[in-house]
Write a protein that binds this ligand. Structure first.
Ligand code: AMP
Ligand code: GLY
Length: 427
């Protein structure tokens, strides 16, 4: 079969790498792709926002299945457009993608179905929002309702900080995404990400992961899209995963179905593991980036039949095999990220880096310029490795990084530190 992947990040490179390994695939395309994806798939210069162009391409190339990576085309209804044109697509419809596209929608759904989450209220005006903050005190969390590319959440340590976040968001600082906001209780615990595949009716747990959102070592600096991840997340014991499935994910899948917007695709539950059990922080309607990279490294089974079963409503009784090993990925980003950064610097040493045992390098913002790999984005590479322990996977990833010559890039040197602190050395 012919498959088209939509996206251009490290997540899409990991998906392309895994999908290209499937014996079911004849031709694999990616739009728009990057220099690493070009090793696995034919990259095509299509704008995912131009649905008519994507549909025309699928018809011209006899595409059997489209896998949509990022949230923006999902929220814009690309899957709806493809399916109405008779092209099978993996990912939620526009209506189902509201689980990520509107925090208020998801919070109301949790309230209506007793799904454990932080206590909250929704606001469109500054004065009542500030009054709520004063009544509840700090720390407190202020969230723009819509998609804000990771900039929409302020964990305010003081009432003053919360008030200025309210003014910034409702004052238009995040554009339309901030026309409304959610204010919620600050949850205390350990964060973990839980990934499931949904087919509208059932949910198949994939794996768990932990992300490192801050830019610098020791969880300092600004929030980013994610600077590194590992899987599995030690805090997600089988019992905790079971609770997350029964108390959070399955009630959500039932609720979405009940409102006529059945959820199909990957559902990524951002959880806080509190003393009372798992609570939902947020949903994403796609694989995490860079969490997808570590999930794909650990997935033993063919991914393609699982994605198709999700689309076809046939996940019941489906099973996937996972490596018991740990996977860890370190993001290399351009200096300045998540703020202003330059593009175009040359990256060398990738071939030598990839020779290290169990190392796989997924590209995010890269481009091929006359045979040289150059930086073309904020997050640029995901240097990933498998290992028997988190420390072993980490040592391999950093050994590979030390062979990469890219003076204009940086990475965190402490990915996995919380899990490593708990780990016994290999005996
Ligand atoms: P989000 O973009 O919703 O993932 O939020 C970004 C980060 O803010 C999360 O990964 C958490 O670290 C933090 N956060 C969001 N909501 C809460 C909450 N209710 N309590 C504590 N931390 C939160
Ligand atoms: N790494 C966090 C995300 O993909 O949302």
């Amino acid at each position: 079969m012919n498959i088209l992947i939509i996206g251009s990040g490290g997540r899409e490179h990991a998906l392309a790498w895994k999908i290209a390994a499937s014996p079911l695939v004849d031709q694999l395309y990616c739009a728009p792709g990057n220099a690493g994806i070009a090793r696995e798939a034919q990259c095509v210069a299509l704008d995912p926002a131009d649905h008519a162009a994507v549909i025309a391409f699928c018809k011209a190339r006899a595409i059997d299945f489209v896998v949509v990576g990022p949230e923006a085309p999902l929220a814009a209804g690309l899957v709806d457009g493809l399916e109405s044109a008779g092209i099978k697509a993996f990912g939620p419809t526009k209506a189902a993608a509201r689980l990520e596209g509107s925090k208020g929608f998801t919070k109301d759904l949790c309230r209506a179905h007793d799904i454990p989450t932080a206590a909250y209220e929704r606001f469109t005006a500054v004065a009542p929002a500030k009054a709520y903050v004063r009544a509840h005190g700090a720390p407190i969390v202020i969230k723009a309702d819509g998609l804000a590319a990771g900039k929409g959440v302020v964990v305010a340590q003081t009432v003053a900080e919360a008030e200025s976040a309210i003014e910034m968001i409702l004052g238009g600082g995040l554009g339309d995404a901030g026309a409304e906001l959610v204010i919620e209780e600050f949850l205390v615990g350990e964060e973990a990400s839980f990934f499931v595949l949904c087919d509208g009716e059932t949910a198949l747990p994939l794996a768990t992961a932990q992300d490192h959102k801050r830019a610098f070592d020791g969880d300092k600096g600004p929030n980013t899209g994610g600077m590194g991840a590992y899987s599995p997340a030690p805090v997600m014991t089988p019992q905790m995963s079971r609770r997350a499935l029964d108390e959070i994910v399955l009630p959500t899948v039932r609720a979405m179905r009940g409102m006529g917007a059945p959820y199909k695709g990957v559902l990524y539950a951002g959880l806080m593991i509190t003393p009372d059990g798992p609570k939902l922080i947020e949903y994403n309607v796609r694989f995490g980036d860079p969490e997808c990279q570590v999930l794909m490294l650990r997935l033993v089974s063919d991914l393609v039949p699982a994605l198709m079963a999700a689309r076809d409503g046939l996940l019941k009784n489906f099973d996937l095999r996972w490596s018991p090993e740990v996977a860890l990925t370190v993001v290399m980003a351009a200096h300045g990220y998540p703020g202003h950064y330059e593009k175009g610097s040359v990256i060398a040493g990738l071939n030598e880096a990839e020779k290290i045992d169990e190392v796989e390098i997924f590209h995010a913002g890269t481009k091929d310029e006359r045979g040289h790999i150059v930086a073309n984005g904020g997050r640029v590479l995901n240097v990933s490795a498998l290992g028997k322990t988190v420390s072993q996977a980490r040592d391999r990833a950093y050994a590979a990084i030390d062979r990469i010559r890219w003076p204009d890039g940086f990475c965190r040197r402490d990915i996995g530190y919380q899990a490593i602190a708990r780990e016994k050395p290999l005996g």
